[in-house]
Design a protein around this ligand. Structure first.
Ligand SMILES: NC(=O)CC[C@H](N)C(=O)O
Length: 313
């Protein structure tokens, strides 16, 4: 972080965050997973990390939340590391859908019935089934181990209340999975695949964990703090491209225009974003807009991007 940028962030970030927090009343907390409805609508926090270990944070950055769809970026990377590009993209496509993240309409309409991309639910469920391991337990353990390494936090764990809440109410995801099984995309039993998927969605983090994971993406797969290469550069390239084209659901185009950074959001209100070669950013703001993204979180990232001219485009 340059000295001037750091100084400006330290003095201005709390004020910018409070301005964005005024937006929370215009959105709503996700309630289709009952446990997520317990989150406070006015929560807003951010944590920014750089390669030298400097950090800036503001607001409710210590509030824990589950990764939900943000986890899909890293399970995709793990599946690519397990099997390579060709095998993964035999089962899942590379295109945005223009539909909701849990929609199944294109699975029926478009041949050959594989999910459009790995960041919609159908795609991420397929990716979960591709994680190497002899049992759902082994697959989940490998995912958790990988996430802990990326976050440099051995204490990362599942929020079992959220996991059970989704397991009990996730019938739309269950329908998607049965459809995929019928199409021959899923090979394993549906409940086994879903247990892996729901588990990685329920991994609990805070903004600082998310910023550390994003930092590895920002530095092309190398953890800049340890110097360790954790992910091959090609897979980072693939993940970042999906983040730009599909990371913010059907608002990805708008986000690319207004913010211009690779990012991924989740229904718990988390957003992971990165400034390539510079910063990893973690945001939490459970009040969602009508596209399913954190309403205040997007507002804050837009402000930051404009203040520091961070857009890639
Ligand atoms: N958009 C999301 O964050 C969705 C993830 C959530 N676990 C689901 O499957 O519905």
């Amino acid at each position: 972080m340059s000295f001037e940028q750091m100084e400006k962030l330290k003095t201005k970030l709390p004020e910018w965050l409070e301005t964005s927090r005024l937006r929370t009343g215009q959105g709503d907390v996700a309630a289709y997973i009952p446990e997520l409805a317990k989150a406070s609508r006015d929560t807003l926090g951010i944590h920014i990390a750089d390669s030298q270990g400097q950090t800036v944070s503001a607001g409710d950055c210590g509030v824990p939340f589950t990764m939900q769809s943000i986890s899909k970026v890293f399970t995709l990377i793990l599946a690519l590391m397990d099997h390579g590009e060709e095998a993964v993209f035999y089962n899942v496509g590379k295109e945005p859908t223009g539909d909701d993240f849990n929609s199944m309409i294109k699975l029926e309409l478009v041949e050959p019935g594989i999910p459009f991309n790995p960041l919609i639910n159908a795609g991420a469920i397929t990716v979960s089934s591709l994680i190497a391991g002899d049992s759902p337990e082994e697959k989940s353990a490998r995912i958790l181990h990988f996430f802990r390494k990326l976050a440099s936090n051995e204490r990362l764990d599942y929020n079992m209340d959220v996991y059970h809440s989704e397991l009990e109410t996730g019938d739309l995801n269950r329908s998607l999975a049965y459809f995929l099984k019928q199409n021959g995309v899923l090979k394993d039993p549906v409940e086994d695949v879903l247990s892996v998927y729901f588990r990685h969605c329920s991994i609990e983090v805070d903004c600082s964990d998310l910023s550390r994971m994003a930092l590895v993406l920002a530095f092309d797969g190398v953890d800049p703090h340890s110097g360790e290469m954790l992910i091959p550069r090609r897979y980072i390239q693939i993940a970042k491209t999906f983040m730009v084209t599909c990371g913010m659901y059907n608002a990805s185009g708008e986000f690319a225009i207004d913010v211009g950074l690779p990012a991924k959001s989740g229904v718990s209100g988390g957003i992971m974003a990165l400034v390539p070669g510079q910063y990893g950013i973690g945001v939490v703001g459970p009040s969602l807009n009508n596209k399913g993204n954190s309403i205040a979180g997007v507002h804050l990232l837009e402000r930051l991007s404009k203040e520091f001219d961070w857009s890639l485009f």
